[in-house]
Design a protein around this ligand. Structure first.
Ligand code: ZN
Length: 319
């Protein structure tokens, strides 16, 4: 047995805990769990049906056991819990050159159903550490944690064995120690939904026209399109063809995180058209530093993907 194998044995069997539950077993958490898992068994959620079942009332799904004592989203244990980490053995393995971890399997045993009002806590200990093993992933140790679950009267309600492999990855010839991040996969642009109210705009774009909605009753222009005039509440409208000229009313240059399919840096413009309405669009044929608020711009209809044309804007040489 190597030195490290011998030292690992000292972590075996040391009990940690209790790790308490934040809340007693309750109907709200049960319902959320069932909804997330798609479990429609009414014995978990329908008090009237549950009363007529063999359980005589609502019970919690046994597979929820771990949820009652789990740490919250901020990794905090519930009040009164042991503050020691049950996985000290991991720190030991990390400091000895086994930084990677992968979950291997999890076995649960249930001794009774939980009911609303039960108060659960669990205790934890390292039940087993394997001798050093070589696997396809690398060289390391299989670690089995045993969590035992108890109720308010000290009766055991379940066990969970959680097995992890703590390892050092194999080095492969010619491969960098850390793999370069993969390039994002090719992703298409979102296509706009065309409704009765917006179809004219996209029909216009396909015909090389930038159309603005105009109220027939009061003449006020509006964009983005909508069914009703915000000025006089008329539902009657027609359209006006914009000159396609305008100025940069505002803009933002996106650097990070790069979201496909856009090229970065990505300059997003809020253009104010000569006619007075504004639209959100993208700067093309220029660098981000080439525009400022007030820069004259003009529309260019560009097929960004096959069969998909957008009204984008380029800098306009003033004439
Ligand atoms: Zn109007």
């Amino acid at each position: 047995m190597s030195d490290i194998d011998a030292q690992l044995q000292q972590y075996l069997g040391r009990p940690c805990g209790p790790y308490n539950s934040w809340d007693e077993v309750n109907q709200a958490m049960i319902r959320h769990w069932c909804e997330a898992m798609g479990d429609t068994n009414p014995v978990y959620t329908d008090p009237a049906l549950a009363e007529k079942s063999v359980h005589g009332g609502i019970v919690a799904p046994p597979t929820m056991m771990q949820a009652w004592t789990m740490r919250g989203a901020t990794s905090q244990w519930a009040t009164g819990s042991d503050t020691r980490e049950p996985f000290e053995v991991f720190e030991f393995l990390e400091s000895h050159g086994y930084p990677a971890v992968v979950a291997v399997n999890c076995e649960q045993t249930y001794y009774r159903y939980l009911r609303p009002g039960d108060r659960i806590h669990h205790t934890s200990r390292i039940e087993a550490v394997s001798p050093q093993k070589t696997t396809a992933l690398g060289v390391g140790y299989f670690v089995t944690e045993l969590e035992e679950y108890w109720d308010q009267s000290g009766e055991k309600i379940g066990d969970m064995r959680f097995r992890l492999f703590k390892y050092r990855a194999h080095e492969r010839a010619g491969e960098p120690a850390v793999a370069a991040p993969a390039k994002p996969p090719k992703i298409s642009r979102f296509r706009p939904a065309e409704s009765y109210d917006t179809k004219f705009f996209w029909d216009g774009v396909r015909a090389g026209k930038l159309l603005v909605q105009r109220c027939k009753a009061c003449g006020v222009l509006r964009h983005p399109p909508g069914p009703m005039c915000p000025s006089c509440q008329s539902l009657e409208w027609d359209t006006l063809e914009s000159s396609g000229r305008g100025i940069v009313y505002s803009f933002v240059v996106m650097h990070h995180p790069p979201i496909p399919p856009f090229d970065y840096p990505n300059t997003v413009l809020l253009v104010e058209l000569e006619e007075g309405t504004r639209l959100v669009t993208q700067l093309v044929d220029a660098k981000p530093g080439d525009v400022e608020i007030g820069t004259p711009v003009e529309v260019v209809f560009r097929e960004v993907e096959e069969g998909y044309t957008l009204p984008l804007f380029r800098i306009r040489k003033e004439s």
